[in-house]
Write a protein that binds this ligand. Structure first.
Ligand code: UFG
Length: 335
């Protein structure tokens, strides 16, 4: 199959491309490199550096490559930033996502996998959270993903689109070649590992007065390779219908537990300070993935936080400056 992967130079998207290529698929990456990295794109993939705001560029990619399916990772994905810049999220995630879908419909592409989010569940009645939980987006970011989710059944009815919406809990970990490199880095695990590498003095815990066992927020960390495998299974399963899944490990870890795990994995002390709560953070978010296990046989291979952090540490200690060194080497090769 030929698969167009938007955001295939980004953290989760680049890991998915790696897995798709290992599974023998042909991949075209469409990425504006605003957050992604050229060096993160698997060398066997074709890279189109373009923006989803540019409908003509999407149409050009559809005409030139005639994909059988689209996996849509490209998005802005920071809950806090979306509270400050809602229109950025509405434009990049909703408007550009609709550009992509409209181009797909015009070119007869009828298979679509959406990266959705646990930020649809701001006030869960219970944890772990399954697909029957009421949807209450926690931010314009979550809302933007929900808007796209809501469009999909209409496109199914009108055009015969088959889709899967995969709602990730906290993507984490690394493959041997690809890891997490955001600028600025705002995610807990890479920040903690930067402290372990001596690149930051300490990690600030955003609040310890939450109604959780140790007072810090509890999250469900899921390995990028497990997310990637879920995409591949979901794509194959579209033949028998559209679907929506929550993707987590089903186990929550507090911020303090993440830091303690990183101390064990790295052997470094990792100093902390306790700061204020970060606006918009729910106390506990844990996913229930029984549905995808039951229907597609998906099961996380990296089920423990320790295993996930080990892979992230492996990558970060080999790439202390993220993709920067690889990109410099690449640009020198092209001179
Ligand atoms: N945290 C700290 N200190 C830091 C950074 C984070 O205490 O320096 C805490 C946060 O308050 C939160 C936890 O660590 O409780 C995890 O924070 P991340 O920023 O790593 O991840 P989020 O849970 O905020 O968000 C991630 C993705 C979103 C997605 C969400 C779904 O970034 O896109 O998971 O659960 F919507």
């Amino acid at each position: 199959m030929k698969i167009l992967v938007t955001g295939g130079a980004g953290y989760v998207g680049s890991a998915a491309v790696e897995h798709l290529i290992a599974a023998g698929e042909s991949v075209v990456v469409f990425d504006n490199l605003s957050q992604g990295h050229r060096a993160a794109v698997h060398p066997a993939a074709t890279l189109i550096v373009e923006d989803l705001a540019n409908r003509a560029a999407i149409d050009g990619a559809m005409t030139a490559h005639r994909p059988d399916a689209v996996m849509h990772f490209a998005a802005n994905s920071l809950v806090g930033e979306s509270m400050q810049r809602p229109f950025l999220y509405l434009a990049n995630n909703v408007t550009n996502g609709l550009n992509l879908l409209e181009s797909m419909m015009a070119h007869g592409v009828r298979r679509f996998i959406l990266s959705s989010t646990a930020n649809l569940f701001d006030r869960p009645a219970r944890n772990p959270i399954d697909e029957t939980e009421a949807i209450v987006p926690g931010s314009p970011y979550g809302e933007s993903k929900y808007m796209l989710e809501r469009v999909l059944p209409w496109l199914e009815r009108i055009y015969g689109l088959r889709y899967a919406a995969l709602r990730y809990f906290n993507a984490a970990g690394a493959t041997a070649e690809r890891g997490e490199d955001h600028s600025p880095e705002l995610h807990l695990i890479p920040i903690v590992l930067e402290v372990a590498l001596g690149q930051r003095k300490q990690v600030t815990i955003f609040g310890e007065d939450y109604p959780t066992p140790d007072g810090t927020c509890v999250r469900d960390y899921i390995h990028v390779s497990d997310l990637a495998r879920a995409h591949i299974l979901a794509l194959a399963a579209l033949e028998s219908g559209s679907r929506v899944y929550n993707l987590g490990n089903g186990q929550g870890y507090s911020v303090r537990q993440v830091i303690e795990t990183a101390r064990q994995v790295t052997g470094k002390p990792i100093p902390v300070e306790v700061g204020l709560r970060r606006a918009g953070d729910p106390a506990t978010l844990v996913g229930d993935s029984a549905k995808i296990l039951r229907e597609l046989g998906w099961k996380p291979e990296f089920a423990s936080l320790q295993a996930i952090v080990e892979t992230a540490w492996h990558w970060h200690s080999r790439h202390p400056n993220g993709y920067a060194a690889d990109e410099t080497a690449e640009s020198m090769r092209h001179q």
